[in-house]
Every structure is written in C-alpha cells, then in structure tokens.
Design a protein around this ligand. Structure first.
Ligand SMILES: [Zn+2]
Length: 147
C-alpha cells in the first residue's frame, strides 16, 4: 500500500463525514487559516496549505477537541481538578488555566489517535508524534512565558 497524497485526502474526507454524522460539525479548509475548532459556530477550520498527511493528523486532533466538548468532558473534570474551572471559563490564563489547556491539548491528540485506530485509518505514528510534539511544545512555551 502506497500512502500517497490522495490516500490521506481520502481519509480526510472520511473523517470530515464522520465528524458531521456524529456531532453535526462542519470542516472548512481555507488557505492560511489557523487550525482550530470553533465551539460557537461548530466548525473545524483547517489550513489548506499543509500537506494532506499533516492536515489529516491536525483534523484528528481537532476531532479530539470536538469529542471532549460534545461527549464527556466530565471524565476530564473529575480526574483533572484544574480542568473543572477551565471547562466553564476557557480563557483563564492562571497557572491552573494554562495547565488545563495543556491537559486538553494532550487529551485531544490522544482521542484523535484512538479514533484512527478504531476506524482502521492509517497513521504514521512517528509523523503523528512529531506533529503532536511540535504543537504541544508551542503550548508549553506559551504556558512558561509571562504575560
Ligand atoms: Zn488543540
């Protein structure tokens, strides 16, 4: 099996459909857009400039955020104390707010990976990890900074 661009584009479409069917969220790819899940509009934005494989991993991660929000953030709230207040007030820049942000980021990457395994979608685990590490490191630097 050759994991070409088309292969990941196909998986991306499958994941988009999955997110729509399960949670009624849309996925929009735009040039230069910041990757994110918009909780008010129920839209996941993905930067279309990235390579299809990277785009697929990013969408898996954003799915993780949607899944946390739509399904069972109560599990996170129970097991991670600082996540309780974060769930109600997402823009908290206190120490516990920052830690809660990182907790959710890690959880979202985890859920994306588990979904891919469940659905039998192919991911290159080394590349997935690299994307995850890059993204998490950005949050860790943000959390360590003073603002
Ligand atoms: Zn994220």
């Amino acid at each position: 099996m050759l994991y070409c661009k088309k292969f990941y584009e196909h998986q991306f479409v499958s994941l988009t459909k999955y997110i729509r069917n399960k949670y009624n969220w849309s996925v929009i790819c735009l040039t230069g857009e910041i990757d994110r899940a918009d909780f008010e509009d129920r839209i996941v934005y993905i930067n279309s400039r990235c390579h299809p494989e990277t785009r697929f991993y990013t969408l898996l991660h954003e799915y993780g955020h949607v899944d946390i929000l739509e399904r069972d953030s109560s599990e996170l709230q129970l097991s991670v104390p600082c996540y309780q207040s974060f769930h109600e007030k997402r823009c908290d820049r206190s120490k516990s707010g920052k830690i809660a942000t990182i907790v959710e980021e890690i959880e979202a990457w985890k859920r994306g990976c588990l979904l891919a395994i469940d659905m039998d979608w192919h991911i290159n685990i080394k590349k997935y990890e690299k994307n995850m590490n890059e993204a998490l490191w950005g949050y860790i630097e943000w959390a360590g900074g003073r603002d």
